[in-house]
Write a protein that binds this ligand. Structure first.
Ligand SMILES: C[S@@+](CC[C@H](N)C(=O)[O-])C[C@H]1O[C@@H](n2cnc3c(N)ncnc32)[C@H](O)[C@@H]1O
Length: 296
């Protein structure tokens, strides 16, 4: 398929299995000997290679999507501990978008339903349900949704273990159109642009009037697909140019959204680093956040 990145060899399946057990132990029993060993394993993996390579394609193919899904499935525990549920990420993501999303939802009265596609282990679901909302999460990785169920036991939450594109075809037409908010935080980066456009239109149908949609895209100069190899394994992403994002915002306005102002990432950052085909790039492309309100 695509050419591979030069890097130190990936861990073997057995090593991954042991590693995932340690991470699980760190999550469940952080105070024990085993838990501490897990935390040590995480800090060692934090140094694992993290390389980004732009590909000469603008679309993800079925194989790239399959490999990405597999990586989230195999290394869900690592993803959770290293990224999603780490204290640093909980703080950063709250400041970056979650606080604004919650503020925009307004006072908790009337409709309480919030949909979170690509929910991962459920970090945002935990915080949002803690505010009194009724959360419904969707994730294609069973390891992720199993963890969400475990983390949110006893809360008012519905978990769908499914590919959102499948749900969109089979289930969306039958959903109650009464979501107060939809938060697709970092998952659109794993979908092709046509799928994103079509989901954004369907989300509009699912929202109540004044309902809020927030999603994040990956920004680059080229708008090409890219590949990342790190402790989670091999994953493929879509990136958008600013011009493509402007076009998408216009389509959203035509659909009946009001696109709301949010801070943009530094243009300088994009120009200096995220160019198609550039070798040896170590940092990941920045997010571009889009928040919108259902107007009509
Ligand atoms: C980068 S992670 C983000 C997880 C979480 N939202 C966070 O902020 O840490 C992307 C998540 O989207 C899920 N995902 C990717 N493609 C998906 C699809 N087509 N349908 C549903 N979930 C998907 C993955 O399994 C993974 O849990």
């Amino acid at each position: 398929m695509t050419d591979s990145l030069e890097r130190s060899p990936l861990p073997t399946p057995d090593q991954i299995k042991i590693f995932n057990r340690l991470i699980e132990a760190a999550r469940l029993f952080p105070e024990t000997e085993l838990g501490r060993l897990g935390l040590l394993a995480i800090s060692l993996m934090a140094d694992a290679d993290r390389q980004v390579k732009y590909l000469d394609v603008s679309k993800l193919d079925a194989e790239m999507i399959r490999i990405t899904e597999q990586s989230y499935q195999t290394n869900a525990a690592y993803y959770g501990m290293r990224y999603e549920l780490s204290a640093e990420m909980v703080q950063t993501t709250y400041e970056d978008y979650l606080k604004e999303f919650l503020d925009r939802l307004g006072p908790l009265n009337g409709e309480r339903r919030i949909l979170i596609p690509g929910s991962g282990m459920g970090r945002d679901a935990i915080i949002i349900s803690g505010q009194g909302y009724r959360v419904e999460v969707i994730d294609s990785s069973k390891a992720m949704t199993d963890s969400t169920r475990a983390l949110l036991t006893g809360r008012d939450i519905i978990v769908f273990n499914a590919d959102i594109r499948q749900l969109q075809r089979d289930v969306f037409p039958h959903f109650d159109r009464s979501y107060k908010g939809i938060l697709a935080e970092s998952m659109f980066e794993h979908l092709n642009k046509d799928d994103v456009r079509s989901l954004v239109k369907d989300f509009w149908k699912l929202l109540v009037k004044e309902g809020v949609l927030l999603f994040r895209l990956k920004l680059s100069n080229s708008g090409k697909a890219y590949k990342v190899i790190d402790g989670i394994g091999e994953r493929y992403f879509t990136s958008w140019t600013l011009a493509e994002i402007d076009e998408l915002k216009n389509e959203m306005r035509e659909t009946g959204y009001e696109v709301l102002e949010v801070a943009e990432p530094l243009a300088q950052h994009i120009d200096s680093i995220h160019e198609a085909g550039k070798e040896g790039v170590v940092s990941k492309p920045p997010f571009y956040t889009i928040m919108a309100k259902k107007k009509s």
